[in-house]
Design a binder for this molecule. Structure first.
Ligand code: SF4
Length: 301
């Protein structure tokens, strides 16, 4: 595998250094949205792994304005970021699930903050209608943005099991629409969904590559307290990958994705008091080290 700046995969921080010649950080914002998979439009239950915070455990406070949330996060991270610019990341729930006027207002509010150099917008592939796509296109022509799509799996049977609420063809069509407009997108996948075996997981990564995603975000499954997933786990005790198995799968993916694909994440970020399993995933440093070690080992084979 070709290396970027001596790294074994093209990480987001490598990309930022290439693109902006500097470190760039992300501030996670709550745009005040809900999700069609939770408000009854598609279902009330949501994806079975989704927590009450809409899969965004570290976002700002939704009762505050976008500007206030950015200021709060800049203040909170000031030692770490040391005055560097940030990407405003609309993270939890479905951040394109609103009227174009509403979306326009909050996106531009973030972009008008003097410390913000671009946007990252997390959403579902079935939630980018034509008028929203036009808005994203308009912003993309003037600013640095990317869209994050929660695919999680390319297997429609597993997608049903996790109550994702749309089929793979919807993802493929949205990926094509974003590509046509030259809008960068990052696709999320989860390693360790109930009953999903290694081959099917690798297939998801291949589908992401085929869709020409700009980036990939690989999460380890987190069973979070109070979710439907916790209930399923307690009822069925489905197999949880151990660290070695997880590292093997992630390393295999990192070896076959294109060298220019930006790797945004190779493991999850859970809160200690909320994650039930896999316990090893809470030691993020160790997971990253093991992946790095395995990549190095495979280079020498
Ligand atoms: S699409 Fe996102 S916010 Fe909606 S239920 Fe699934 S994980 Fe939760």
């Amino acid at each position: 595998m070709e290396k970027h700046n001596n790294r074994r995969f093209y990480s987001l921080s490598n990309f930022f250094k290439d693109e902006f010649k500097d470190k760039v950080f992300k501030v996670s914002l709550d745009g005040g949205f809900t999700c069609p998979n939770r408000d009854g439009k598609i279902s009330y239950g949501g994806c079975i792994f989704c927590s009450d915070s809409g899969s965004g455990e570290f976002t700002g406070d939704r009762i505050k304005s976008i500007t206030e949330q950015i200021d709060d996060q800049l203040q909170f991270m000031k030692e770490k970021i040391k005055g560097k610019k940030v990407i405003a990341y609309f993270q939890n729930f479905t951040n394109t699930y609103g009227s174009v006027e509403q979306l326009k207002k909050i996106y531009y509010e973030a972009l008008n903050h003097p410390m913000v150099l671009g946007l990252a917008i997390g959403t579902r592939p079935d939630c980018i209608p034509e008028d929203v796509l036009d808005l994203l296109d308009e912003i993309n022509k003037k600013y640095f943005i990317w869209i994050e799509l929660g695919l999680q799996t390319a297997d429609d049977n597993i997608a049903k099991l996790i109550n994702r609420g749309y089929n793979l063809t919807v993802y493929e069509e949205t990926a094509r629409s974003l590509k046509r407009k030259n809008i960068k997108f990052v696709t999320h996948m989860i390693v360790g969904l109930p009953t999903e075996e290694k081959e099917a997981i690798l297939e998801t990564a291949k589908v992401i590559v085929k869709s020409k995603a700009w980036g990939i975000k690989i999460h380890s499954l987190h069973i979070i307290k109070g979710t439907h997933l916790e209930k399923l786990y307690k009822e069925t005790r489905f197999k949880i990958f151990n660290l070695e198995e997880y590292v093997d799968i992630v390393t295999t993916i990192l070896k076959f994705i294109p060298t220019e694909m930006v790797v945004h994440r190779v493991t999850g970020d859970g809160k200690k008091d909320e994650v039930i399993e896999p316990v090893w995933s809470l030691n993020k440093r160790k997971v990253l080290n093991e992946i790095e070690k395995e990549l190095k080992k495979r280079e020498n084979i």
